[in-house]
Design a protein around this ligand. Structure first.
Ligand SMILES: [Zn+2]
Length: 111
């Protein structure tokens, strides 16, 4: 018998965890198909945190705040994946050092 967690099951588990935190209307998650199969694309919307905003589309503080939130979301995804016995694939960058990146793209949008 095959007890392997499928990509779809993995993605559903991640989405469920994020929905519990951010609310269903704020969480979008879709897996890529074709050559990018296994990729996780996460999009979360949330209110903009209060700060001295320059008013630009994305000021540097906004950018840092959204990046911090994106890191938090990706850590939640990693924890869930570990818990259910699944994994997130990686790829080597072409930076010359073979740095590994996860097949996960996360975007936080302040509304
Ligand atoms: Zn700002």
């Amino acid at each position: 018998m095959d007890n392997q967690v499928t990509v779809a099951q993995r993605n559903r588990a991640i989405k469920k965890a994020l929905v519990e935190i951010y609310g269903s209307k704020n969480v979008g998650l879709h897996g890529s198909r074709g050559t990018a199969y296994g990729w996780i694309n996460i999009k979360v919307t949330m209110p903009k945190p209060a700060h001295e905003c320059s008013g630009e589309y994305r000021c540097s503080i906004c950018r840092d705040l959204s990046r911090a939130e994106e890191n938090k979301i990706e850590q939640i995804a990693r924890d869930i994946v570990k818990k259910i016995g699944s994994w997130i694939g990686t790829y080597s960058s072409d930076d010359g050092y073979g740095t590994q990146y996860e097949n996960m793209h996360t975007e936080v949008i302040f509304i």
